[in-house]
Design a protein around this ligand. Structure first.
Ligand SMILES: Cc1ncc(C[n+]2csc(CCOP(=O)(O)OP(=O)(O)O)c2C)c(N)n1
Ligand code: SF4
Length: 283
């Protein structure tokens, strides 16, 4: 029987009260309830407070450049398509710096789980606006308020027919655990956009602000109805829907490659003579 202690219990560099603590707790629960041991899963992250999450987990990790976790995660998945790949990232890291990788990963339907800690601000660099900051949001760098329209990751993912699109809130740990579990078990690209209060640099979108607005989708809601999902994806403001907003069963990227159908590349024997001939051919 697995227990959360297998993933360790580390001291963090996060501010007391940060939403990341609840996300880390839900993530550990989801891993255990998915019956995954630390050596069976790999985390990939970039730079930011959210991207530090795997530093506090006893599991495989690749920590790379800001915004560049999705290309690395793609490589991990193609090298070993039997290992779940989980990306831990912030709204700045993935929707800003890594924006084009976000679009490409969805379109290819890479079989990875993307957990975006969306605090609507750049936390690590001390409070500049991020792509998901609401219009008018005032920061030290944007003293007159943000002029740009907020990026809506759920609407973009649904519009691109992403395999699995969900939203949860760090304040609802059980709901979040369930969404992460479903995302891990989805056979294709899975996004969970997690509303995460940053208690130091976002004094507008607080725990109370989200709690007063978030509601759970009713059981009658059908995430396979794409038109309904587009409407749901555009709900934001006084009412913020939580749950699986959209789902479909497009074949994952790896299904297109015969060589990935059986043994993972990482475990296949390399035919050195063939490899040499290949390199010589393109030299
Ligand atoms: C290419 C590049 N641009 C900018 C930075 C500086 N930088 C580091 S973290 C960060 C913002 C992180 O914000 P977010 O991804 O939302 O994560 P959070 O810290 O809020 O969890 C920025 C701009 C960098 N390290 N690399
Ligand atoms: S700055 Fe914000 S996101 Fe970063 S640890 Fe503190 S509360 Fe969390």
């Amino acid at each position: 029987m697995l227990s959360e202690s297998i993933y360790g219990n580390y001291e963090t560099a996060w501010c007391p009260g940060c939403g990341n603590f609840r996300i880390l707790a839900a993530l550990k629960k989801a891993l255990v309830e998915s019956n995954l041991t630390p050596h069976e899963v790999i985390f990939v992250s970039g730079i930011g407070q959210a991207a530090k999450t795997p530093h506090y987990l006893n599991a495989n990790l690749f920590n790379g450049l800001h915004g560049r976790s999705l290309p690395v995660a793609t490589g991990c998945r193609l090298a070993n398509h039997q290992m779940p790949v989980i990306v831990e990232t912030g709204d700045g890291c993935t929707y800003g710096e890594g924006g084009n990788h976000f679009l490409a990963a969805i379109r290819r339907n890479i079989n990875i789980t993307l957990l975006v800690h969306n605090n609507q601000v750049y936390g690590l660099t001390k409070g500049q606006a991020s792509p998901t900051s609401d219009e008018g949001f005032i920061t030290k760098a944007q003293p007159h308020g943000v002029y740009a329209a907020a990026f809506n990751p759920i609407a973009v993912a649904v519009a691109l027919h992403a395999g699995f699109v969900a939203r949860s809130f760090a304040g609802f740990e059980d709901h979040l655990t369930e969404m992460i579990k479903q995302a891990i078990s989805h056979p294709g690209f899975a996004l969970v956009d997690i509303l995460q209060p940053c208690v130091s640099f976002n004094k507008v979108n607080t725990f109370a602000w989200y709690k007063n607005r978030c509601y759970r989708l009713p059981e009658t809601y059908d995430p396979t109805d794409w038109s309904a999902a587009i409407l749901k994806a555009n709900e934001w403001g006084d009412q913020i829907p939580l749950g699986v907003i959209s789902k479909n069963s497009r074949p994952p990227f790896e299904a297109h490659f015969d060589c990935l159908g059986h043994t993972p590349l990482a475990r296949q024997q390399v035919d050195k003579a063939k490899l040499k001939a290949f390199i010589t051919h393109y030299r």
